[in-house]
Ligand binder design. Structure first.
Ligand code: AMP
Length: 410
């Protein structure tokens, strides 16, 4: 878990703002849910996923409730849906921190941030296309170019179940040829064996049955409609038959956005898909859903790699330097801030030299200097700090106009 200091924290906020603009324009409203939920909200995601079985921060509170810090947000969204029963389709977005007890490394933290959208209550493949397209647009707005979209379909729950059985047989028949880790994974979740990065598992994975051979007609038609929509919008994609997402509730479309500049172990910038059964498991009516979650931390690493969406320092219009020891800086600063300018100042009655150093470091456009002579004459010295230019003596009442004048603003 990390502290995020300025100016990096400003980049985090800008990240959220860019995301909100993209999805609000498509009719998504923000849902804010608690950081904590009843443990059961997450255990219903399924016991086949490590984020639930191994990585959850859970504890018993003072009221003897077993609760957990959220490891992801889809379950909270479905819980909120079951509780409030909004009109359909329900299009919402979220942003915030999640917690997973993972092994920390570059791009993998125990507290990490995500933004995401979910649509509950519609099965239309056009919606899968909309969801994917909004993720794609968001990356483009950040300036990222090297993002790869991979898609797959897990079919209907029945297709998926038959496929899982076929995988189980295929890998079980391999016996010891399968790595020990993958044999353990096979016990829990045969789909996840396809995720194995172990060299020795690769030939067995390459020879494994393909999900497409298990698609029902409906599932195949839904997937085709999604792909046709992506082609229509000219969003490039790669079909990856081995792409699986571990959560039990995924079906039909699944997808991942990969950062091509990142190491393959941490290259998933975000992902999502279609799911059902989760709202029902949380006490609501049977409701289809589709959505994604995009990781902020990794996406910003990708931005660094591509040299886009940098952290920007706060832009100041003026820095007030007052060496009169009185209240001139208090009044001048307040007046300018009220007029809409960003203004900082020196404190503690420090020397002219010390305050000018601060003014310089602040990056402000102007240092506004008040000494004893200026105070007596009712003036302020405006010294341009960026790109030179001569300092000007401005009558105190004219200072707002001076900072506002377009020729002075550069
Ligand atoms: P998931 O909820 O596991 O599908 O993850 C969605 C996205 O969240 C991933 O693609 C990552 O970008 C991000 N993410 C997941 N876990 C972590 C983590 N421990 N640290 C940083 N980012 C993460």
């Amino acid at each position: 878990m990390r502290d995020i200091l300025p100016p990096e924290s400003g980049r985090w906020r800008a990240f959220d703002q860019v995301f909100a603009r993209v999805v609000e324009r498509a009719g998504y409203g923000q849902l804010i849910t608690p950081l904590l939920e009843d443990l059961g909200v997450f255990t219903r995601i399924g016991d086949a996923t490590e984020i639930v079985t191994k990585e959850m921060y859970d504890f018993v509170d003072k009221g003897d409730r077993h609760i957990a810090l959220r490891p992801e947000m889809t379950a909270s969204v479905c819980r909120a849906f079951a509780e409030h029963r909004p009109t359909l389709p329900w299009k919402i977005y979220y942003s915030g921190s999640n917690f997973r007890y993972e092994k920390p490394q570059r791009g993998r933290y125990r507290q990490f941030d995500q933004v995401g959208i979910e649509v509950l209550g519609a099965d239309d493949p056009h919606l899968d296309v909309e969801v994917i397209a909004l993720g794609w647009e968001f990356y483009a707005r950040l300036g990222l170019r090297r993002v790869k979209l991979v898609v797959n379909s897990l079919g209907e729950p029945d297709d998926r179940a038959r496929y899982v059985e076929a995988l189980r047989e295929h890998f079980a028949a391999a016996g010891d040829a399968l790595s020990e880790q993958s044999r353990a994974t096979l016990e829990r979740n045969p789909l996840r064996v396809l995720d194995s990065k172990r060299e020795s598992d690769q030939p067995l994975i390459a020879a494994a049955p393909q999900i497409a051979d298990f698609h029902s007609d409906d599932a195949a038609a839904h997937f085709e409609a999604v792909l046709a929509g992506l082609r229509l919008l000219e969003i490039p994609f790669v079909i990856e038959p081995k792409l699986v997402r571990g959560l039990d509730y995924y079906r039909r479309t699944i997808f991942e956005f990969q950062g091509e500049t990142l190491d393959s172990a941490q290259n998933a910038l975000g992902g999502g898909g279609r799911y059902d059964g989760l709202v029902e498991a949380l006490g609501g009516p049977a409701t289809p859903g589709v959505g994604f979650a995009l990781g902020l931390d990794r996406t910003l690493l990708a931005c660094d790699d591509e040299g886009v969406f940098p952290a920007l320092p706060i832009e100041l219009d003026a820095f007030v330097v007052d060496v009169t020891g009185g209240s001139a800086a208090v009044e001048l600063t307040a007046e300018l801030r009220n007029a809409g300018f960003s203004v900082d100042r020196g404190y503690d009655n420090r020397s002219m030299k010390a305050q000018m150093k601060l003014a310089n470091r602040s990056g402000a456009r102007y240092a506004l200097i008040v000494g004893d002579d200026e105070l007596a004459a009712g003036t302020v010295v405006a010294k341009p700090m960026q790109g030179g230019g001569d300092q000007i003596v401005v009558a105190r009442p004219d200072i707002v106009a001076h900072l506002s004048s377009p020729t002075e603003q550069k």
